[in-house]
Design a protein around this ligand. Structure first.
Ligand code: SAM
Length: 261
């Protein structure tokens, strides 16, 4: 696709996929099917959009850069494609009639964490998501308790989704090359969470506070919310750090906090 007139915009994290064999591998992982309604975030110049379009019934793309939107409109003439010139962080994903959305994208790395949190609020209408992210972010998403990567992102996503790291990609697959390695993650929202939560907002607060100062013990980190006896009563050692707790422990602590208030 011709793009000579497009100036790279650093603020939009523009690293375009160029390596055809990597693009093919990513499409095989996404495995688009005829009846899928795909939503692509940050299509850029269409590196994924163009080869994927022939497989699916409908694809909506959300791109913030006006110049790239024009480029896509000029270059792709296909009724299956709808282009939204919009910020993916503010887009209303519930406006699609389909309740089985598949979200894909080589995400802008500078907004990937807030975007993932934002998309979790639409998890009930999403079948699955395949995103390329900075490898370190994928490691955090998939991390297990007791590791240094385990944190707020791991707990908030794994509480309501299955996660799987699928493929690592080196910087030379992109132009310009990012300074970091990348990886693809598959995120599948669960129809029912594994542990029953009484209040979502309390869960968010407890998890955020528990990890706000990673070196603090759970007793100190949560002292505004629960006392040591409460934590012990939940069967949790109050002297460990948040990174040692399982997801069910965070659910337990937030349910306890809800009951006490
Ligand atoms: N998919 C293309 C590819 O793989 O070559 C481009 C990927 S590039 C890493 C990220 C894309 O997301 C860019 O096209 C950028 O303009 C777009 N983008 C950045 N911030 C965005 C936002 N808030 N909402 C929608 N698109 C955004």
């Amino acid at each position: 696709m011709q793009s000579d007139s497009h100036y790279l915009k650093k603020r939009f994290s523009q690293n375009f996929l160029e390596d055809k064999s990597v693009i093919e591998k990513i499409i095989n992982i996404i495995n688009p099917e005829k009846n899928d309604h795909l939503i692509e975030i940050g299509p850029g110049k269409g590196a994924l959009t163009v080869p994927i379009i022939k497989f699916v019934k409908k694809i909506d793309v959300i791109e913030i850069d006006k110049q790239l939107v024009k480029l896509l409109k000029d270059n792709i003439d296909d009724k299956k494609l709808t282009i939204h010139e919009y910020d993916a962080l503010k887009f209303d994903y519930s406006k699609f009639k389909n309740r089985n959305l598949r979200l894909i994208g080589n995400l802008p790395y500078n907004i990937s964490t807030p975007l993932l949190f934002y998309l979790l609020s639409y998890k009930n209408i999403i079948k699955n998501m395949f995103f390329m992210l900075q490898k370190e972010v994928v490691e955090r998403i998939c991390a297990r308790p007791g590791t240094k990567e385990y944190g707020r992102l791991s707990v908030m996503i794994q509480h309501c989704c299955e996660v799987e790291s699928m493929l690592e990609i080196k910087p030379d697959a992109f132009y310009p090359s990012p300074n970091v390695d990348s990886a693809i993650v598959k995120i599948t929202p669960l129809s029912k969470t594994k542990y029953k939560l009484i209040n979502d907002e309390n869960f968010k607060t407890i998890v955020r506070e528990a990890f706000s100062q990673r070196r603090k013990t759970i007793r100190n980190a949560l002292k505004m919310f629960l006392n040591e006896d409460d934590i012990k009563a939940a069967g949790i050692d109050a002297n460990v750090r948040a990174e040692k707790l399982e997801i069910k422990d965070f659910v337990e602590l937030s349910n306890l906090y809800q009951v006490k208030n």
